[in-house]
Design a protein around this ligand. Structure first.
Ligand code: MN
Length: 476
């Protein structure tokens, strides 16, 4: 069993008490060797007794990201076009082929038609009752209660996942990135405003900005180091390749049915507009960002590339892992009425998130990716439902396939930082196996995000991975 070497600083600094750079040497560091079990990646937990098994063996492996209870949607290249598919174990069920061959004939025509499209937007637009019908159908097709003759009709449409080239799952008309992790906002704020990290609006408004949809890439696509205008202290501004390239660990929510321009989505209805979740890496050039974000932005520091995982985990698959949003501190303001969920609502998700790094040298040395951080989706200050309610509160219309990302997801503890800026601003550089050090990403570095929902009595639901390798900048 491979092991991941995780660096975990021993000294824990509480929020609001982040040490200054000058004190960085006070922080000792050590290495933890984590087996996959300890890292939580392969601990499957026990399956629900009632949970159905699949007749595809690999889907019953507790370490699989894609058991029968997951069934995430994606799109892949086939015959000069793209087909929609559903991941099951180490296979992908070709939805297009299933629809064409009549295997989905019991479903309403509009669902069958949406399954034949090259991207997910039409299926997204149909809403949760249609998603539920399709999911029930797929669950019985791939579940082990189905008879042999049916299996032999379905089997030809099961493809080997590792042989497929995935593409972006939807036409993403618009991309919005939020800033909903208070732990991230506090650490970043302490870099620029030591002692008063949060601006006065943070606990009232789910802060966000409009991102760039055209440069969203599917996992595995190379990421070119951007050039841009930077200004280093004491120097005139210049154009140069960024020397502080960072990742941001985020979750993205794909919008299902949209709303009409001028008609806000009430928070009680937000959930009906969310199709599913994926991993997002909001690559960021910190030096470009620091110079251009005075006072607007982010702009070119982020728009050069954003990577997403190819699989969208349906909200229904995540239902067992819903938990209440982290409780606000007693002194914090209550959300304004349009952002207030019913007190009983489970608006957060217990999803463990992980960041791994593998440098080019590590790759050449067959050194496995290093676990840099782990955090959890449930630690956000603002929920995804609040993001939708706020986004539409001025009447702005969301559309099927729009992507809303949470912003960097960090936890309160050391080792849960969702980006390198948080991780290294006040501490020693990260030491990699083989002797390299990192404050920011170097050319040839591969960043891998993984995520899974896992609790006793429920199957482990994985997100697959979101991966990108940094390529050198182009010549000026
Ligand atoms: Mn971001």
């Amino acid at each position: 069993m491979p092991t991941f070497v995780a660096r975990a600083p021993v000294a824990i600094n509480s929020l609001g008490d982040v040490p200054r750079r000058a004190h960085a040497n006070e922080f000792s560091t050590r290495y933890w060797i984590l087996s996959l079990d300890q890292a939580g990646r392969r601990s499957g937990g026990s399956r629900m007794a009632a949970s159905q098994r699949s007749w595809i063996d690999s889907a019953n492996d507790p370490s699989s990201d894609f058991p029968l209870d997951n069934l995430p949607y994606g799109a892949f290249k086939r015959g000069g076009a793209s087909h929609l598919g559903v991941a099951i174990g180490d296979r992908v069920l070709d939805l297009h082929a299933c629809a064409v061959s009549g295997l989905l004939h019991e479903l309403p025509d509009n669902i069958q038609s949406a399954c034949k499209k090259d991207l997910l937007n039409e299926l997204m637009s149909l809403g949760s009752s249609a998603w539920g019908l399709l999911r029930n159908c797929l669950t019985s097709m791939l579940g082990d209660r189905i008879d042999e003759s049916q299996r032999s009709r379905i089997a030809p449409h099961l493809l080997q996942q590792h042989e497929l080239e995935m593409v972006l799952p939807a036409a993403i008309g618009s991309y919005t990135d939020f800033y909903t992790s208070i732990h991230h906002a506090t650490r970043i704020g302490n870099i620029f405003r030591p002692g008063s990290p949060l601006l006065p609006n943070y606990k009232y408004i789910p802060i966000g900005y409009h991102g760039r949809a055209s440069s969203i890439l599917v996992s595995g696509s190379p990421v070119r180091r951007p050039r841009g205008q930077v200004k280093h202290a004491g120097n005139e501004p210049e154009v140069a390749p960024t020397n502080s390239l960072d990742y941001e660990l985020e979750i993205g929510a794909f919008i299902g049915p949209g709303n009409i321009l001028g008609q806000p989505v009430p928070i009680a209805e937000s959930a009906q507009h969310i199709f599913g979740l994926c991993l997002v890496n909001d690559w960021s050039a910190r030096d470009i960002q620091a110079w251009e974000c005075q006072p607007l932005g982010p702009f070119l520091a982020k728009s050069f590339s954003t990577s997403i995982s190819p699989w969208i985990v349906p909200m229904e698959a995540l239902a067992p892992y819903r938990v209440p949003l982290a409780e606000r501190a007693p002194e914090d303001p209550a959300p304004l009425p349009y952002l207030r969920s019913p007190s009983s609502s489970l608006d957060a998700f217990d999803v463990r998130l992980e960041v791994f790094l593998q440098s080019e040298r590590m790759r050449l040395n067959d050194s496995p990716p290093l676990l840099l951080s782990a955090s959890n989706l449930q630690e956000l200050y603002w929920s995804i439902n609040q993001m939708v309610a706020h986004h539409t509160s001025n009447g702005c219309n969301l559309q099927p396939g729009d992507l809303l990302a949470t912003g960097t997801i960090s936890g309160p503890a050391n080792g849960s930082e969702g980006c390198l800026l948080e991780k290294t601003a006040f501490s020693l550089p990260i030491s990699l196996p083989g002797g390299e050090e990192r404050r920011f990403l170097e050319d040839g570095d591969t960043v891998i995000f993984r995520a899974c929902a896992n609790k006793e009595g429920c199957p482990r639901i994985g997100f697959g991975e979101c991966r990108g390798t940094i390529e050198p900048s182009w010549a000026p």
